[in-house]
Design a binder for this molecule. Structure first.
Ligand code: GLA
Length: 396
């Protein structure tokens, strides 16, 4: 991620070349790491994400008509009919955004306007340039960062006065209905509501949040993000099939969501097959691990988190089956090299893992993981240090 001023200058420069004038403002929203509580947000569970310093910026101005012009700095410029190089720009109107009609990144960005309008907000047309610094496809929620940056920008320029839960709802609608990814909502809430220096204890049953201090440095630890470079997608059916099986299990058990299961052994006895039993066991035990992690955070015992991270990874790997060889290797090598715990983070099937490492040991852990990947001829992993950072907001 470039320094904040450079990032703002870059997106502003793109905006000027699109429109010939300066944007009304620049807004940014962060990617996230989930400390623990994976695949529980669509089961009414608890999760503990925090915002990364890596952000997606949006330079935006409202228009007086219903047109939308959208450019992404991440889309390669294409030559136009006269051979001049121009940034790839999507041009459309508010009325054109609809499920199945707004492909790829455009759906995530323009879909937010659709989501806000569906909530009754009077959203104008707009010109926008997006510039993402959250690694794409890394399980660090680049899509939620894009949606939330657009949401806070539209909210401000149009004076909508939406509250954070309405903004989150519009972003989730963009992702679920326009982009077609059946995700649970943790990422959007994290991007909008996290606080620097804190993890967000999010109760997805009622949307309530609590900010728990996460002072890694004071505890002599760091959280190293291992981006395995194995690319994941949340629209390829695997994520949706996990979600559908949880909903089916809840119906069989006669509960609204798996959050309501209090007696796990009795619930497992009533389920028809092993796969469903394992999925439910993951969800119920993971929610309990979040409670225990929250207790450790509240009593400032971060040094004791390791075994909970390890148990979460094992459950996601064996019971929920959303890990992959790159994530498993990254976690096991990190542990062997001295991490006190490690787990995949985010939706899985590729993407990133996190490792809790004593301060000063991250280079050694990163080196060991890099060597293990090289020995298998896998693409080199990337690393970043996760520092709990600010939520979405205006940056210029
Ligand atoms: C993705 C989804 C979230 C959540 C996680 C798994 O990041 O967007 O809603 O389900 O996977 O915890």
């Amino acid at each position: 991620m470039p320094d904040p001023d450079t990032a703002v200058r870059r997106v502003t420069g793109h905006f000027r070349s699109l429109t010939g004038r300066s944007p009304d403002g620049v807004w940014a929203a962060p990617g996230r790491v989930n400390l623990i509580g994976e695949h529980v947000d669509y089961n009414g569970g608890l999760c503990l994400p925090f915002a990364l310093p890596h952000r997606t910026l949006v330079a935006l101005s409202p228009r007086s008509d219903d047109r939308i012009r959208l450019t992404s700095a991440q889309i390669r410029p294409v030559p136009d009919a006269r051979g001049a190089t121009r940034a790839a720009t999507w041009r459309g109107s508010l009325g054109e955004i609809a499920p199945g009609r707004s492909p790829g990144w455009v759906g995530y960005a323009a879909g937010v306007a659709w989501g806000l309008r569906r909530l009754g907000f009077d959203v104008p047309g707009f010109d926008a340039v997006v510039d993402g610094h959250v690694p794409l496809g890394s399980g660090l929620s680049s899509s939620a960062a894009l949606e939330c940056a657009v949401a806070v920008a539209l909210d401000e320029v149009a004076g909508l006065g939406a509250d954070p839960s309405q903004l989150a709802e519009a972003c989730i609608a963009a992702e679920n209905e326009i982009a077609g990814a059946p995700t649970g909502g943790m990422d959007q809430t994290a991007a909008l509501r996290c606080r620097a220096g804190h993890a967000l204890l999010l109760d997805t049953r009622d949307g309530s949040v609590e900010h728990l201090s996460l002072d890694l440095a004071a505890a002599g630890t760091e959280l190293l993000v291992i981006d395995t470079r194995a690319r994941h997608s949340l629209v390829d059916g695997q994520y949706g099939s996990r979600r559908a099986m949880c909903e089916q299990a809840a119906r069989i058990l006669g509960v609204t969501t798996l959050r309501e299961v209090d007696d796990l052994a009795a619930a497992l006895d009533r389920l028809p097959h092993d796969e469903m039993r394992r999925r439910v066991r993951h969800v119920v035990t993971e929610i309990e691990r979040v409670r225990r992690t929250a207790d450790l955070l509240s009593s400032r015992r971060l040094g004791e988190l390791g075994p909970l991270l390890d148990a979460s990874h094992a459950s996601l790997r064996d019971d929920y089956e959303v890990s992959c060889p790159e994530l498993d290797l990254g976690c096991s090598v990190a542990r062997e090299a001295g991490a006190s715990g490690a787990r995949m983070t985010g939706g899985g099937f590729g993407g990133s893992a996190i490792a809790l490492v004593e301060t000063g040991r991250t280079e050694a852990v990163a080196g060991a993981v890099t060597a293990a990947f090289a020995a298998r001829d896998w693409a080199a992993p990337a690393f970043l240090r996760a520092v709990p950072s600010d939520p979405a907001g205006r940056v210029r």
